[in-house]
Design a protein around this ligand. Sequence first.
Ligand code: PLP
Length: 421
Amino acid sequence: MRNPFLVKLMLRVAESFSGSGLRFGERHAIAKRRSPRVFSCTIIAMFARRTGWNLSTNAFTHAVERHQHSGRQLFDLTASNPTRVGLQPEDPQLLQALANPQALDYDPQPRGLLAARDAVAGYYGQRGEKLDPSQIILTTSTSEAYSFVFRLLCNPDDEVLIPAPSYPLFEFLADVQDVRLVPYELIYDHGWQVDFYSLTKAITARTRAIILVNPNNPTGSFVQPHEREELNRICCDHDLALVVDEVFLDFNLGDRPSRSFATNQAALTFTLSGLSKISGLPQMKVAWLATTGPKQLASAALERLEVIADTYLSMNAPIQLAASELLLQRKNIQPLLLDRLRTNLAEFDDQLAKQKSSQRLQVEGDRHPRMDRREFVQCSARDDRARIDRSVPTLRRVPQSRPARRTRFRVSQLLQNALTA
Ligand SMILES: Cc1ncc(COP(=O)(O)O)c(C=O)c1O
């Protein structure tokens, strides 16, 4: 479109619909700065603001590409794709399960086929958590399960509290659902813990839910029993829901079994998990959402969720019929993966032992013998400060009764790599 009058007119019309904070002239100027070609003006005006991401390739990706093109070998220490790290045992039964002739019948069930939901309930049953299949809704990924929950709970610009540090995809999941994320802090003080001062301070009239990641990515920390109690209490007091991401629940380096929220009753609770991590099968696209809580609230939530799920009916038949076999796969992959984690951690400790400038934070439940000998956080009794080393900025212990100062920290990238590679 080359006619400047028409371009202006279109931008004005788009502007009046989009309600952008930018005035016409400003938006036009930005469009011009981004590209001299006229059609880029209409690109900016035509799409929703939530899609205004920075889509340029970052410097790291450029560097990796340059390295690869040069023909040099690349050791990717950030590799975390379980299907490409030499762990997947070849199991012909897995593929056979996908060829079930029953898949030729179309049986649209918004919550998912009962056989698959039975298998998920059986998974919790084996962990000692009793769940009825009617409380489970199948989704193609945990990410999709988040979108269902956001759709259920939030009007545009409503707020959801998320832990910091945590999983970076949250920003995108929230953006595309017009949900605002408000962080609450996890602090490291002889292990990671929820900073309840920062959490309660973050609650406003627009807050709809608190997200927990149990265990959290990247800290690897589980929600402790006393924290669960306090979180239930806060949710009941403020009419909030708990949204608990448990994709890593089975990957516990400790001796004590990790407890799921899938049977939590005190507050309205949505527990999310799936096969991408539990069975190391992200390509199969099977996840779920378990809804529990006060009876009336939980069944009202389930009825509404069913309509959301019915709108998409995103699960396919072959995968649902194979779900119990795919879930069984966890018994093969989990011991291998945990073994890999322990080996990597031991190697990491060996490397750390050769130098004095940095130390690693404690991994929850870690019973590595060297952990007991080393003092990971040296506390000065005088000023109640915990100092790690120069690679991790000073951590301050924040007594719960006192207003928290912002705690700054950085989890060692090396540790994350050791845990995922
Ligand atoms: C904490 C957490 N939740 C969810 C996911 C994504 O799970 P899914 O593949 O089921 O969408 C990830 C992926 O890394 C994750 O780290």
